[in-house]
Design a protein around this ligand. Structure first.
Ligand code: PRP
Length: 202
């Protein structure tokens, strides 16, 4: 049995479609159920940001998660394959009428991605005060909570609708297949078998 952590939402749906294609049968969660067992697979439906945690602690052998979440978590995991779904970018956004003022002694940046943000600005030797938020990040510059945001941009609609523009891209992201060292050792043939099947159809 392989336990697979999936992030609730579209990536879970698209991943299950990949499984349906490979195994030619239905993989559908019953309404509100968080566990689905089909043959040798047990799927766990978890929050996006929690996928690496389930895999790292061995509650799941493998997981599907955005590269941005993987970067942010900084856990010792094995990144096996880019599924090329859930494509998005992590960007810096500011108000349309603003410029990022590098001469300011300290810039306030709102984000839910603390580590990615810290790393990016420290590489550039820029002093930033990071304000941790859990969602609706685009609101922060509008109400004066922050000068800039670091956030996910998929279609760009949320920024546009809220009068923000992208000033810089920090990284590209898409959903990746991950595993932990222990599962990769003890269930290597099952994991590689699945890896090959997925790789063949994406
Ligand atoms: C994400 C992200 C942006 C939005 C980007 O938010 O934080 O707000 O999607 O998508 P777009 O470029 O297609 O408009 P999410 O929907 O996960 O909600 P959140 O604000 O609660 O994080």
């Amino acid at each position: 049995m392989l336990t697979v952590a999936l992030p609730k939402g579209r990536i879970a749906e698209e991943t299950l479609e990949i499984f349906e294609k490979i195994f030619n049968k239905k993989f559908i969660f019953e309404d509100r159920k968080l566990i689905l067992i089909v043959d040798d697979f047990k799927f766990l439906l978890v929050r996006n940001q929690d996928v690496p945690t389930y895999v790292y602690h061995g509650s799941a052998d493998i997981g599907i998660v955005g590269l941005d979440v993987l970067e942010e978590k900084e856990l010792d995991l094995i990144n096996l394959l880019d599924l090329k779904i859930g494509k998005c970018k992590v960007c810096i956004g500011i108000k349309n009428e603003d410029e990022l003022d590098f001469s300011k002694p300290e810039i306030k940046v709102a984000t839910k991605m603390l580590n990615i943000t810290k790393k990016y600005f420290s590489k550039r030797a820029m002093a930033v005060e990071i304000i941790k938020l859990y969602g609706s990040i685009e609101l922060a510059p509008i109400v004066g909570l922050a000068d800039a945001i670091v956030d996910i941009v998929e279609t760009g609609t949320t920024m546009k609708k809220n009068g923000l523009k992208v000033t810089e891209d920090i990284m590209n992201s898409s959903a990746h297949l991950i595993t932990n060292k222990n599962s990769f050792y003890t269930k290597k043939s099952q994991i590689l078998n699945l890896y090959e099947k997925i790789e063949a159809i994406i």
